[in-house]
Design a protein around this ligand. Structure first.
Ligand SMILES: N[C@@H](CCC(=O)N[C@@H](CS)C(=O)NCC(=O)O)C(=O)O
Length: 209
């Protein structure tokens, strides 16, 4: 299998952490791609019409996207405990936490594009405020959620680790138009849990660079 990836994408990281945790990392070859909404990669866009990574290309040449679909696919390939429960309340709890964490990642990536890609004269503080507020609200929900995280890393927790790792890398909340938000001070339980988990080989080997 080939994973089209960038070392800084939180969605790629989610896939790679899951693959590592379930023993599938060595079955995946990573292919680096450089892209953005204003500079798409033509070859990647043939694999995913949305022009986004991650994309997983299977050995028969077919492709899977987005990260949620890829993670569910990989979770079906191993014999260990499922990281996305097959059914019931537990499944929808994990999917909900994944959606929450991915939403934090989406808003953080949009702030990054706004503050890094968009020409300075065209930047819109109201819009950045709205996205930063989504990140803050999402982190507040994850802070409350964290007490229910069990010892086995499930897909929701993996998504949360990837999103928080991206926030540490890009620090979008420093761009909050109303003043920088100190996320470690504001969400201490979430960050204490993140710090405990970041020593895992799956997290170490996917540290953004
Ligand atoms: N919902 C998608 C989000 C993927 C995504 O936003 N990827 C970003 C990189 S972090 C990307 O490819 N951006 C390029 C673009 O938006 O054109 C997933 O879960 O895979």
């Amino acid at each position: 299998m080939k994973l089209f990836y960038s070392g800084t994408s939180p969605f790629v990281r989610k896939v790679l952490v899951l693959a590592h945790e379930v023993g599938l990392r060595d079955a995946i070859r990573t292919i680096s791609v450089t892209l953005s909404p204003t500079a798409p990669d033509a070859e990647l866009s043939r694999k995913n019409p949305l022009g986004k990574i991650p994309v997983l290309e299977l050995d028969d040449g077919s492709t899977l996207y987005d990260s949620r679909v890829i993670c569910e696919y990989l979770d079906g390939l191993h014999a260990g405990p499922r990281r996305l429960p097959e059914s019931g309340v537990a499944r929808f709890d994990v999917l909900r936490v994944q959606a929450l964490a991915d939403g934090v990642g989406d808003a953080a990536v949009l702030v990054r594009y706004e503050t890094f890609l968009r020409p300075e004269a065209l930047r819109w503080a109201e819009w950045t405020r709205g996205q930063c507020d989504k990140v803050v609200a999402g982190l507040a929900a994850l802070e409350a959620e964290q007490a229910s995280f069990g010892p086995l890393l499930d897909l929701g927790q993996i998504a949360a680790l990837a999103a928080v790792g991206y926030l540490e890398l890009r620090k979008p909340l420093e761009a909050h138009p109303d003043g920088a938000v100190d996320m470690r001070a504001r969400f201490p339980k979430l960050f204490a849990w993140y710090d405990e988990q970041r020593g895992r080989p799956s997290m170490q080997s996917t540290e953004p660079r």
